[in-house]
Structures are given as structure tokens and as C-alpha cells.
Design a protein around this ligand. Structure first.
Ligand code: UDP
Length: 419
């Protein structure tokens, strides 16, 4: 199949870890690569956020990235991109006019808007649109309230996308429920999770240095909703309990270690560390290239993923894939991926006492922790490899293609419609 992926703000070529560059970038890159390995041709359309970027960039066999001119050619926060989605859609329509793709896969609600605008301009040649939301506005609003920077139009437009695309992919049971809440018919929801690169994130390989202390690691974007403050609070709880052989390593942010003092999220967390008086046991590593993460994960005794909410969460899978147990808040996708007392421990989000208890439970029983790490690896090998996710996604594309509406005028004139 010729597959067009639309990912307006999240380029598969971007450095990962900053404010708007996380799981979606990883997902688009890995899924495109895994689909190409199955013989498909993938073009990823993303916004040009740097004037120097060429229009077309090959990304490996069978995958090409095309930069679309929509808005200023520099980084713009994703929540400010809506005004340029019509331009994005119009450019897509021009790109697809001569040779439409078999299927369009839109990532994030704004890509869905641009994709719908483009396919509607194609008339009889309209390919089906499959939508992955990655995050849902009403869930974000529920947790972030006034701090949610999404444009007000998202309230109307996101459900509009959900109702008008041909299929919606839910990555976990919680997301399927939330999609239903915004009016997406259950019969149009398909299910496939995100995946993890099990070759890169494997238990064997070099490991970062490790001293005598029990190491907790928090990895990912450092925006408030990721709940890293709770892990810092848990360190303070441990200190209050007289425990001083636990350390916390915080990995992520928009800048590498040498420059990270200029990162507002790092500064926010550093201030929190200072307020809680745990500076001696917390280390910040800044943004780390994706390929360097496995060595850090192997050196961690546990990875703490404690978001307030989480549409899916690839980091827990990366930890499990390297054989590291996970402490996860019991929210969103983590309810599906992390199995309590089997691959890790689940805690209530924003509960530092419970988190401290979970850290101590793993520290007290290294054998149990190792078993959970092995179980995590077995679970990702069974359910979350990108090759499996790509095979599921291909099935969804084929279903959407088979079910695509046949324009009425082609029935009237008897025009053959390729199936
Ligand atoms: N990541 C990275 N380097 C960093 C911080 C994060 O490569 O310094 C990657 C991380 O390994 C994961 C992704 O960013 O693949 C975060 O994805 P997740 O789904 O956990 O969260 P999101 O950012 O989408 O909310």
C-alpha cells in the first residue's frame, strides 16, 4: 500500500524529549519503519519548522519525510498551530492530487483536520482516513483545567475529527472509553497499542555506572503532568523515614545536560528539589539521545512513571523491554501495560507516600524485582513489538480501504472502483 502519514507537529526526524517532542515522534518513526519492512511505501507529512529543511528527506528504505509549508518556518508550540491547518490540508491535497495514497493515517487531532480537508478535495479518489489521537482534549482539560493551553476550538473540532474519519485507532481500553465519550461510534474504533523497539531496548548490553545506592529513574518529557514532582516528593518521604541509600535520576527535557539550566522544566524541578531538601540524592541528566537510553535504563533498579494521566506511555514499555521493573500510576495506558506485582507496581497518582512504599518494597526484595523485570520483557515480546503493531495497523488500513465509501456518481456511471 502507499500510506500517507500526517503528523503536523511531531516529526519522526526530531530530537526527542522536549516540550512537544515525545511519544508521537517515536511512534510515527517506528510505525513507518515497521510498515516499510512489510513492503509498504510510507510518506510522512510534517510541518516545516526550520527554513533549512529540504522539502523531501529520505528516512530509510520505503520511508520519506515531506516538509509542508504551513505557518512560520520555525518552532511554534503545537497548541498554536491551528490557524495553519487549512494551509497544511491544501498542500496535502496538491501533493495527493496526481497520485492519491491508498490510506491516510493522521496523528493528533489537528493532523486529522488537515487530512479530512485534503481528502475531501480529492472527490472520487478520496482515500480513507485512519486517525490516532495520541491525546484527547477533554481528558487533558479534566486534569489540567486552566493550565491546558489547547485552543478553545479543540472542544468542537476534536469530536468532529472523531466522527468524520473512517476509522479511529485506540491504543488502550481507557482511550476507547474516552473516544466513546466524545461520540465516536464503537463500531469505528479499532485497537492496537503503541510498540517498543525490543532490539534497541534489550536487557543485554552496556550499562551506565551504578554505585551502592538503589536507583530510581524518571524518564520522559518533564512537563508538569508527567508527575516528576511526585517522585521528588517520594525521595523526601524516604529521607523523613531515615532512608538515605536511594537515588533519583531524572532524564529528559528540551536541552542536553550541558545546557539544561536554560530549560524552564528542569529549572521548575530543580527548585522543587531544593524546596524538598533532597538535592544530594537527585541527579538531572537533561535530554538524552534515544539510542543512549537503554544503557541508562539497565543501570536503574526501577523506573517510576507517575503521570497524572497518560494517553498511552511508551516509557514504561521501554523500561520493561530492558528488563527493568516499573512503578506506574494507575492511569490511562499504564493500566494495560504495567501488570501489578507481575511487571511492576501500580500506585495512585500524586501519592508520594504510596510511591515511597513501592520503592521500598522493590529495594527490600531484589529477587522479586528481577523477576518483575524478566516478566516485563516477556510481556513486551508477546504484545508490544513494532512488527506486531505494524501487522495490526496494516489490518486496520485494509479494513478502512475495503469499507471506504464509493462515491455515488461512480455507481451511477458504472465507473469501476478498484478494490
Ligand atoms: N525520550 C528520549 N529522550 C529523552 C526523553 C524522552 O528519547 O531525553 C523518549 C522516550 O524514550 C520515549 C518518548 O520520548 O520514547 C516519550 O514517550 P511517552 O509515550 O512515554 O510520552 P509522551 O512524551 O508521548 O507524553
Amino acid at each position: 500500500m502507499r500510506i500517507a502519514m500526517v503528523s503536523e507537529h511531531a516529526s519522526p526526524l526530531a530530537a526527542i524529549g522536549g516540550v512537544d517532542a515525545g511519544g508521537q515522534n517515536v511512534h510515527v518513526a517506528a510505525l513507518a519503519t515497521a510498515l516499510a519492512a512489510r513492503g509498504h511505501t510510507i510518506t510522512v507529512y510534517t510541518r516545516r519548522d526550520d527554513a533549512e529543511l529540504p522539502r523531501r528527506v529520505p528516512m530509510g528504505r520505503g520511508v520519506e519525510v515531506v516538509h509542508i509549508d504551513a505557518g512560520p518556518p520555525h518552532r511554534v508550540p503545537k497548541d498554536e498551530l491551528l490557524p495553519w491547518m487549512d494551509d497544511f490540508g491544501d498542500d496535502l491535497a496538491v501533493a495527493w492530487e496526481a497520485d492519491p495514497p491508498h490510506v491516510v493515517h493522521a496523528h493528533f487531532w489537528m493532523s486529522g483536520l488537515a487530512a479530512l480537508r485534503a481528502v475531501d478535495a480529492l472527490g472520487a479518489a478520496r482515500p480513507p482516513v485512519v486517525q490516532s489521537f495520541h491525546a484527547l482534549g477533554h481528558v487533558k482539560r479534566r486534569h489540567q483545567g486552566a493550565d491546558d493551553t489547547s485552543p478553545a476550538e479543540r472542544r468542537e473540532l476534536e469530536p468532529f475529527v472523531g466522527r468524520n474519519v473512517d476509522r479511529v485507532i485506540a491504543t488502550c481500553s481507557d482511550e476507547a472509553f474516552e473516544l466513546h465519550q466524545i461520540g465516536v461510534q464503537t463500531s469505528r474504533i479499532s485497537f492496537t497499542p503503541c510498540g517498543v523497539d525490543t532490539d534497541l531496548f534489550c536487557p543485554d548490553g552496556p550499562s551506565a555506572s551504578h554505585g551502592d545506592r538503589f536507583r530510581v529513574m524518571a524518564l520522559g518529557r518533564l512537563v508538569p503532568r508527567k508527575g516528576v514532582e511526585s517522585v521528588i516528593d517520594a525521595m523526601a518521604v524516604l529521607r523523613e523515614r531515615g532512608i538515605d541509600d536511594v537515588e533519583l535520576e531524572i532524564v529528559g527535557g528540551s536541552l542536553p545536560e550541558g545546557e539544561m539550566d536554560a530549560d524552564p522544566d528542569v529549572r521548575r524541578l530543580q527548585e522543587h528539589v531544593a524546596r524538598r531538601g533532597v538535592g544530594e540524592s537527585v541527579r538531572f541528566r537533561g535530554q538524552v539521545p534515544h539510542d543512549d537510553l537503554p544503557a541508562l535504563l539497565r543501570a536503574a533498579d526501577v523506573v517510576a512513571c507517575t503521570p497524572w494521566y497518560e494517553p498511552f506511555g511508551i516509557v514504561p514499555l521501554e523500561a520493561m523491554s530492558t528488563g527493568t521493573p516499573v512503578i506506574a500510576s494507575a492511569v490511562g495506558g499504564l493500566l494495560d501495560t504495567v501488570v501489578h506485582e507481575v511487571t511492576g507496581l501500580r500506585v495512585t497518582s500524586r501519592d508520594a507516600e504510596a510511591l515511597a512504599d513501592a520503592i521500598l518494597a522493590l529495594r527490600a526484595e531484589p529477587g522479586w524485582a528481577r523477576t518483575m523485570g524478566r516478566n516485563g520483557r516477556a510481556r513486551v515480546e508477546r504484545l508490544y513489538t513494532w512488527s506486531r503493531v505494524a501487522a495490526d495497523t496494516e489490518r486496520i488500513y485494509r479494513q478502512a480501504y475495503a469499507e471506504r465509501p464509493i462515491p455515488l456518481h461512480s455507481l451511477h456511471t458504472g465507473t469501476a472502483v478498484a478494490r
